[in-house]
Design a protein around this ligand. Structure first.
Ligand SMILES: Cc1ncc(COP(=O)(O)O)c(C=O)c1O
Length: 407
């Protein structure tokens, strides 16, 4: 443990970790597997998925890995959400319940199909959408719910599948953080009607950009396929277009990269889980630090992010932003994370957003507000690929700040 007398690095002391000498694990991780994959596509001359086999093979491999029957790749996680909403028939004026504690795409995708995002609050101990708040937000116009497995922690999928069934709603899982995550032993993505993933460069498998929609529903899969392929149907002619779609296809280079990245995911996911278990136990002992609650039905956590809750009162009143600066100076990079989406300019400054007649300045989700302004602290997934010794440095740095703040 760090000495209680140690001078904080932000005040000129020695940092717990000198990141100039010992940087955190780099991301992405790649080796000859990725080199071979990219060269394989290059030499094949089949660079697009309409002629090659890599994207299609990845769709099957990732769907199998994630316990889903079907997968349809596309350009990114944002487009995946829009395509899923279109495939579900969500249209102008429909209401879609979303959490405010997420990336903008979860809500902007709803606007992109001219539907109305309705924000419902999150749970205080997981930061995932609260099933009770979601139920209270249901109106006769509600057609769908998008849940987000925040940081990679599955939402209460028992509650949400039951809610969707009871009210005849489409349930979309935003799994941008949740590669390899599982609920009661089953991987997420096709537990709801559709699940969307991102392969953007920070994500736990990465092709620079990319996305996939998973589903067990043949009809939804076919609709997604058509939307991704400018409205074509699988056995139709090249110039035959049945529905409104676009060209959302991934390249074969990305498909091949993703196949290589997927071979590493099980080992990396296990390492992140093990390190997170250690952090949960050790950080939980420090007054003023509360790890997120892990439901016993969460059998796998994606850990795209490691989140915890900070309580300034236990740190001598040190505001969270100062804590984040102080911890970063100790060589432990961290961030405060999201702002509630309804407080972004997109929602605040326009009474009408893309045809949605909503005054978002009146929306208040107190739990999300508290998470965003006072409590939440994030570490990125690459840090969880470190050693036990490196996890101990995280604990030591926070304990050092605690001791100094209370002194
Ligand atoms: C929760 C969530 N949903 C959707 C997305 C969108 O994914 P992409 O960046 O691939 O468009 C992200 C990306 O960060 C995300 O974090």
């Amino acid at each position: 443990m760090a000495s209680t007398k140690a001078t904080l690095a932000i005040h000129g002391g020695t940092p717990v970790r000198n990141t100039a000498v010992r940087p955190w694990p780099a991301w992405p991780v790649w080796d000859s597997r990725e080199e071979e994959a990219l060269l394989r596509v290059l030499h094949s001359g089949k660079w697009g998925s309409t002629s090659g086999t890599e994207v299609h093979a990845f769709e099957e491999e990732f769907a199998r890995f994630q316990d889903a029957q079907y997968g349809i790749c596309n350009v990114n996680g944002t487009a995946s959400l829009e395509i899923a909403l279109r495939a579900a028939g969500i249209a102008a004026g429909d209401e879609v319940i979303v959490p405010p504690y997420t990336f903008i795409a979860t809500a902007s995708s709803v606007l992109m199909v001219n539907a109305v995002p309705i924000f419902a609050d999150i749970e205080p101990d997981t930061y995932n959408l609260d099933p009770k708040a979601a139920e209270a937000a249901i109106t006769p116009r509600t057609r769908a719910i998008i849940v987000v497995h925040v940081g990679g922690c599955p939402v209460d999928l028992d509650a949400f599948t039951e809610l969707a069934r009871k009210h005849n709603l489409t349930l979309i899982e935003d799994c941008a953080h949740a590669h390899a995550a599982s609920w009661r032993g089953r991987k997420v993505g096709a537990i709801g009607d559709m699940g969307t993933f991102s392969f953007q460069s920070s994500k736990n498998i990465n092709a620079g950009e990319g996305g996939i929609i998973l589903t067990n529903d043949k009809q939804l899969h076919e609709r997604c396929w058509s939307i991704v392929n400018v409205g074509r149907i699988p056995d139709g002619a090249w110039y035959e277009h049945h529905v409104l779609g676009s060209n959302y296809r991934l390249t074969e280079f990305q498909g091949a990269l993703l196949r290589a990245q997927l071979t590493r995911l099980p080992e990396q996911a296990a390492r992140r889980m093990e390190n997170a278990r250690f952090l949960n136990a050790e950080l939980g002992r420090i007054p003023g630090i509360r790890p997120m609650r892990l439901d016993e039905r969460v059998t796998g956590h994606g850990y795209h992010l490691y989140l915890f809750r900070y309580n300034a009162a236990e740190f001598g009143g040190m505001p969270r932003e100062e804590f984040i600066r102080t911890l970063s100076a100790e060589g432990i990079p961290c961030s405060p994370g999201y702002v509630p989406l309804y407080r972004t300019d997109l929602f605040r400054t326009q009474g009408t957003v893309a045809g949605a007649q909503m005054d978002y300045t009146k929306v208040v989700c107190p739990v999300a507000e508290r998470a965003c302004t006072e409590e939440a602290v994030w570490f990125t997934q690459n840090m969880l690929l470190g050693t036990r010794e490196e996890m101990q440095e995280i604990v030591d740095a926070i304990a050092k700040i605690q001791a100094a703040a209370r002194a």
